[in-house]
Design a protein around this ligand. Structure first.
Ligand SMILES: *Cc1c(COP(=O)(O)O)cnc(C)c1O
Length: 300
């Protein structure tokens, strides 16, 4: 099976655009379901309503390093005989009920963009699967659709990763769990320091998840003002993401108006990513929490 023109793939609008682009590049149409209000990953309860005879796959995103609700998603996929493709690009090493993400669905995508939990010294990425036939297809597509040299079964791309990136990643992979543990410790300290800071909502960790905190995202009113104030104090934060996919100019032809995915849209207005990387010190985290608390007293 190939995913092609006229096909549909279900995903979330609350993600980096690459998730939807992967679908569009096949000529298929991304069909969105809104996120869960607590964990910000795909809401499995909304899947049934968007199923159509053209649906070919479901692509949840393990957003911010937190696995999506895989049992529920896999169950619905099974009922409809659809493969699940895990967008694991933010969740290297994360666990869903003690299983690594990327080993649950039919296949999974990982990005090694330098900013990821496992980052190369340039561009890179990988697909994981335990299906040999699928692995052969992926290898073919990344090398211009070649079955063997100069025999092209499919229009592919140049997706060959530099060997030097593989060498770097092979060394860094050995440290991934330690780095993810450090991120978890930082997240706990943030949780503790921000628990009493009103009106901040700290990120919720799902009971089934070993989160790897690619992003530590809080919810806060007047987010843009707070972001500026933090910047003035030397604390650089991010927004993941300011514009949901269905409201991006690139997807304007889908004619999806504001209001189509309210959970995603309200989150986009209030989410703020605090500094998060393994090398952060407790002093730095305390400074961020202090600044935030001080700013909130004067702004909100
Ligand atoms: C980083 C990322 C990707 C892939 O990005 P590339 O630029 O292709 O490496 C895909 N999905 C999500 C959710 C991501 O964060």
């Amino acid at each position: 099976m190939w995913i092609d023109e006229g096909d549909e793939v279900i995903t979330v609008p609350n993600t980096f655009i690459a998730t939807a682009e992967a679908i569009s590049l096949c000529g298929a149409k991304p069909v969105f379901v809104d996120a869960d209000n607590r964990f910000h990953t795909m809401d499995p309860q909304r899947l049934q309503a968007v199923m159509s005879p053209s649906t070919r796959a479901i692509m949840p995103v393990h957003l911010y390093g937190q696995p999506a609700d895989m049992d529920s998603i896999m169950e619905i996929a099974k009922q409809h005989n659809l493969p699940v493709i895990e967008d694991s690009c933010q969740a290297h090493g994360a666990l869903y009920k003690n299983r690594r993400v990327g080993s649950i669905g039919a296949a999974a995508a990982f990005s090694f963009y330098p900013g990821k939990n496992l980052g190369a010294y340039g561009e890179g990425g990988a697909v994981t699967t335990d299906d040999e036939e699928l692995a052969e297809k992926v290898k073919m597509l990344r090398d211009h659709g070649q079955r063997s040299k100069y025999y092209h079964d499919k229009k592919g791309i140049n997706g060959r990763m530099d060997g030097i990136q593989g060498a770097v990643l092979g060394v860094k992979l050995l440290h991934l769990d330690d780095w993810n543990n450090a991120r978890n410790e930082h997240a706990s300290l943030y949780d503790q320091l921000l628990a009493e800071v009103e009106p901040v909502t700290i990120p919720a960790c799902a009971p089934y998840a070993r989160h790897v905190y690619h992003i530590y995202g809080i919810r806060v009113p007047q987010r843009d003002r707070i972001l500026t104030e933090l910047k003035n104090r030397g604390v650089h934060c991010g927004i993941h993401y300011p514009v949901p996919i269905h409201l991006q100019k690139a997807y304007s032809s889908m004619n999806l108006a504001a209001g189509a995915y309210p959970v995603t849209e309200s989150w986009a207005e209030e989410m703020l990513s605090l500094p998060m990387y393994p090398e952060l010190s407790n002093e730095q985290i305390s400074y961020v929490a202090e600044c935030l608390s001080e700013i909130l007293k004067s702004v909100v």
